[in-house]
Design a protein around this ligand. Structure first.
Ligand SMILES: C[S@@+](CC[C@H](N)C(=O)[O-])C[C@H]1O[C@@H](n2cnc3c(N)ncnc32)[C@H](O)[C@@H]1O
Length: 418
């Protein structure tokens, strides 16, 4: 790789934290060539010099390298969690301060609008919540503000679909819902991002950390530390990684299955929540569990009736083989995780989600060929499956087949183009 290309990569790492290996080496090269063609430049060295001295050119390059993939109610469990929590804690308590949610990064608005829809459909009126949404891509923010989406942004079923109406170029979200979200152009690495804002009851930071290098993940963690309220909740994506082994962990998973929901490490875990790490992250083991809260036992005078013993916690709902597979994978028990996936296929039939999970487990176990096979099966069932397309692109790059990798990336950007 030329020094000029390296200089551009480190510029992107400094600006947005991009780890070039997360998208494959060619994405940046292709983006640079596209920018050079737009500017009528022939030498990479000339482009590197322009980019390093121009904020506007850096932004143009950022637009070319980011992955704006998103869709409504993506991995819908966090939204179900949100509806339940808001119904319990806010809807019937009109005196409570407005509920505050943040989506960072928000891509084309699919995530923050899903949050707003979940809150409204849970019965919380718009004046009682605030949804802020941040992204580094101005192109994505323009899409968000337009509020018109192609079929690609609709990958699940649900009542929420009634808030869209067909228009000439796709489906338009009800303007009343659009007006509840405030979009901000910003960078998750910026220590002054949303300075002056009160912290949020819930922060969605999904599918960003996966693209960042380690120092940038640490910077984003500091941003999140500042923006999540003390008793707030942080949702990550299932492949996102929080790694701060040198310091005490700031956030820990709450254990709600399939939610990738985290609370501050200082927050006492809900007593009946099983503890689990998000899927395929390094195992941080029990030593990261917060100490159980100290309960001071006061002597109860004999004459007073003893308090009723606390009701036993409700039994945990039965886990699906998929949930079991994710948890086993987390523990590094890959063979058992695969067996759980196979059980899922026997019980429910083949599906894109289970094959994609098997692919990730095979990859984590170091078996790239078997992983590729699983990702191909995923694409057979869902030709636009973004995680499978990205994984196949990275695997193809790794074995030196850059033409195949470029093909998967083209499909990925077509499938994410709104
Ligand atoms: C894959 S999308 C995730 C969107 C949404 N959170 C979801 O899970 O569907 C990744 C987004 O991260 C944005 N992004 C990348 N680096 C960023 C940074 N340093 N600060 C803010 N946004 C960033 C990109 O512009 C892109 O829209």
């Amino acid at each position: 790789m030329s020094n000029d290309q390296k200089e551009i990569e480190s510029l992107l790492a400094r600006r947005i934290g991009l780890d070039p290996t997360s998208t494959g080496p060619h994405v940046i090269g292709v983006a640079v060539r596209r920018r050079m063609a737009d500017l009528g430049i022939r030498e990479v060295s000339e482009y590197a010099a322009i980019a390093s001295g121009s904020e506007a050119e850096q932004q143009a390059l950022i637009e070319e390298v980011v992955v704006p993939e998103s869709w409504f109610f993506r991995d819908d469990r966090p939204f179900r969690w949100l509806s339940d929590r808001v119904r319990e804690g806010w809807v019937g308590r009109p005196g409570r301060p407005a509920f505050r949610a943040l989506s960072i990064p928000c891509a084309g608005g699919q995530e923050p609008y899903s949050i707003a829809i979940a809150l409204l459909d849970a019965g919380l009126p718009a004046r009682r919540f605030r949804v802020d949404a941040v992204d580094v891509s101005t192109r994505s923010l323009e899409i968000a503000q337009r509020g018109v989406y192609s079929a690609n942004a609709f990958r699940g079923e649900g009542e929420w679909r009634r808030h869209f109406r067909p228009v000439a170029r796709g489906f338009e979200l009800d303007p009343a819902i659009r007006s509840t979200v405030r979009f901000v152009h910003g960078n998750a690495l910026d220590p002054k991002l949303l300075a002056g804002s009160d912290p949020y009851d819930v922060v969605f930071c999904r599918n960003l950390l996966i693209y960042l290098d380690r120092p940038s993940r640490a910077r984003v963690l500091s941003t999140l530390d500042r923006l999540v309220a003390d008793d707030g909740v942080l949702f990550l994506g299932h492949a996102d990684r929080i790694d701060d082994p040198d310091q005490a962990p700031r956030f820990l998973p709450t254990g709600e299955s399939g939610c990738f929901c985290h609370r501050r490490a200082t927050h006492p875990n809900p007593p009946h929540a099983p503890f689990s790490m998000p899927m395929l992250t390094p195992i941080l083991a029990e030593r990261m569990l917060p100490e159980p809260p100290l309960v001071r036992m006061l002597p109860v005078p004999e004459s007073e009736p003893r308090p009723e013993p606390a009701a036993p916690p409700p039994p945990s709902p039965p886990r699906s083989p998929m949930e079991e597979a994710a948890e086993l994978a987390n523990l590094g028990r890959y063979d058992e995780a695969i067996a759980a996936c196979e059980r899922q296929i026997r019980q429910k039939g083949p599906g894109a989600a289970v094959y994609s999970l098997m692919g990730m487990i095979r990859q984590a176990a170091g078996d790239s060929r078997a992983a590729e096979d699983c990702f191909h099966k995923t694409l057979y069932l869902d030709p636009r499956h973004d995680e499978a397309l990205l994984a196949l692109a990275l695997l193809a790059d790794r074995r030196g087949d850059h033409a195949a990798a470029a093909g998967y990336r083209r499909r990925l950007s077509r499938s994410s183009g709104q």
